[in-house]
Design a binder for this molecule. Sequence first.
Ligand code: DX5
Ligand code: ZN
Length: 214
Amino acid sequence: MKTIISPSILSADFANLERDIKKVENYVPWLHIDVMDGHFVPNITIGIPVVKSIRKITNLFLDTHLMIENPIDYVDGFIEAGSDLITFHFEASKDKTIDTIKKIKDKNKMAGISIKPKTNPNEIKDFINLVDLVLIMSVEPGFGGQKFIEETIYKIETIKKYSNNPNLIIQFDGGINDKTWKPCKQKGANALVAGNYIYSSPDIKKAIQSLLDT
Ligand code: DX5
Ligand code: ZN
């Protein structure tokens, strides 16, 4: 399976978002939108109105990464705005993990569950076969441009052990470049998010190709 590449617009220029989305549009299938609330993570980024505006200017699949408390309360809003995939954090969904997944799936959208670097993957074993995607965070969520945490790679094997879905998407997010992606891919990850690596490159097309060639 070809790696699904999702450039993170956290590394784009928010005053020139359309321009920066157009820079990647022809080379990737997905766009990664990082939503932060200043509670679950110590940073605030973008929300529902911005997703709505992005939906109007691109046909890319909108991969929405919610780093927010009580994600269930915002599922409808993001789906109405145009998100195609909603990934929420297991650590933030508390006793509503199954309900959150159901709410997304009932609207015929893809559901993803994410874990922070220090969260043990065994904690999500009961949910792996209910979602379309598992997002393994390879940095502490909150900021772009951080260093990849190698100690997260083992989680791929644990996730695969519990999964009975041959189409499960295992995505990595944080510090991904052509070097750090290699061991993730080798262990069976099939989707990546890259912000800094793609957007700080002088040749975006080449940077994306280098990830596909890894
Ligand atoms: C971090 C975000 C990431 C971030 C990745 O909390 O979830 O999506 O944009 O950025 P890089 O690729 O620069 O680590
Ligand atoms: Zn993200």
